[in-house]
Design a protein around this ligand. Structure first.
Ligand code: MD3
Ligand code: FE
Length: 212
């Protein structure tokens, strides 16, 4: 356990090459929340649809050079927001620094994220079991930052039927997924009723990737 300015952080290896950095985002919480608000004002949260026309239950947006989009054509990364037709907002310095230092802390030196997907969950929202396979280089890690109300993350293996690890994720927690864990199936259980003093009854998850 480490203490920075009275903030407790702690690194746990939850699986091969997957590290939970408990509370790691709290040190720069104020800047992160200000920058999140700024990004959301430029690229509004929206419910994307899948290839089959079903609305994804988490509301989503992006910042950075590339953004993850889903529509009737399928999933892909795109440099523009299809709603505004503008480039996605720049990745704020606070986001970039957190992603890079988290990756480094978990042993991934030189991570240069070009995409940040922002997922917003309400009470009852979940995310089904899936793999992240839209990126070009699976040797690059993914960094995820949890903000707002807590969630239970379900971490499976390389097949859907592997044993599932349930990991509670709280405001300020960061997870770095690399190497062996990068293609594992994962999900978010339906969020339980709760409120966060600043973010209200929402959870925001930032996922940083080197997509292109
Ligand atoms: C493990 N998001 O956006 S982040 C996603 O909390 C996604 O919003 C969830 O899954 C969320 O694709 C989970 C944690 C995460 C992200 C990517 C991973 C875990 C991962 C890729 C491989 C293995
Ligand atoms: Fe995912």
């Amino acid at each position: 356990m480490d203490l920075f300015d009275g903030i407790e952080t702690n690194k746990l290896e939850i699986s091969n090459e997957a590290f939970l950095l408990k509370g790691y985002a709290l040190a720069n919480e104020v800047a992160l929340l200000k920058d999140l608000t700024q990004v959301l004002s430029q690229a509004p949260l929206r419910h994307m649809v899948t290839k089959n026309g079903f609305a994804i239950s988490a509301a989503m947006t992006n910042c950075g050079a590339l953004g993850w989009v889903s529509d009737r054509q399928g999933y892909r990364y795109d440099s523009k927001d299809p709603i505004t037709d503008n480039h996605w907002p720049l990745m704020p310095e606070s986001f970039q620094q957190l992603a890079i230092s988290s990756a480094e802390n978990a042993g991934f030196v030189g991570f240069q994220p070009d995409a940040c997907l922002i997922n917003q969950y309400q009470v009852g929202t979940s995310m089904g079991l899936h793999q992240d396979k839209n990126e070009l280089d699976f040797n690059q890690p993914i960094v995820s930052v949890s903000l707002g109300i807590p969630a239970v993350f379900k971490f499976c293996g390389l097949t859907r039927t592997d044993k599932t690890l349930k990991i509670p994720l709280a405001h300020g927690d960061v997870v770095v997924w690399g190497g062996q864990s990068r293609l594992n199936f994962h999900a978010i259980a339906p969020l339980k009723m709760n409120t966060h003093p600043i973010l209200g009854a929402y959870r925001y998850n930032l996922t940083f990737r080197k997509a292109g």
